[in-house]
Design a protein. Structure first.
Length: 143
């Protein structure tokens, strides 16, 4: 049996505000943006550009007070999402130049190079380039 996690819902206060950050600033792609029959609801799916077959995010509009309280705190204050890159220095520099707020400086760990950033809603993310040989690192190209 083969299974995989393909989507994670991220609760947001406003679809367009979320798209402005994730697409406009981070450079994610809109996979789908469909108006639903329920008033003010859309099925909005985004994914990192060039991430064919990876997990995507479903932007879920907070619809009640409990969901609104979860915005930016879906993981209890821990890093919630991990954005893998094949070139940490390039992406860190570009993201900082576009105004992404890094709350922890880059550091090298046994598993790779990482820095923590926050989205406009308070969710914490890791920008991470896994070290060669790490199980999640991309395979080395054959020369």
């Amino acid at each position: 049996m083969k299974q995989s996690i393909v989507q994670v819902t991220l609760v947001v206060p406003d679809y367009d505000e979320a798209l402005a950050f994730y697409v406009g600033i981070l450079g994610f792609d809109v996979v789908e943006d469909t108006v639903l029959t329920e008033a003010n609801r859309r099925w909005v799916v985004i994914a990192p550009s060039g991430d064919a077959g990876g997990a995507s995010l479903v932007l879920g509009l907070a619809g009640n007070s409990r969901q609104k309280m979860a915005i930016g705190n879906q993981s209890g204050g821990r890093v919630f999402l991990f954005l893998q890159t094949d070139d940490f220095a390039r992406d860190h520099k570009a993201m900082a130049a576009r105004g992404v707020r890094f709350i922890k400086d880059p550091r090298r760990e046994a598993y790779g190079t990482v820095a923590v950033f926050a989205d406009p809603f308070g969710n914490l993310w890791d920008l991470i380039e896994y070290a060669p040989g790490h199980p999640l690192a991309p395979p080395n190209p054959v020369s």
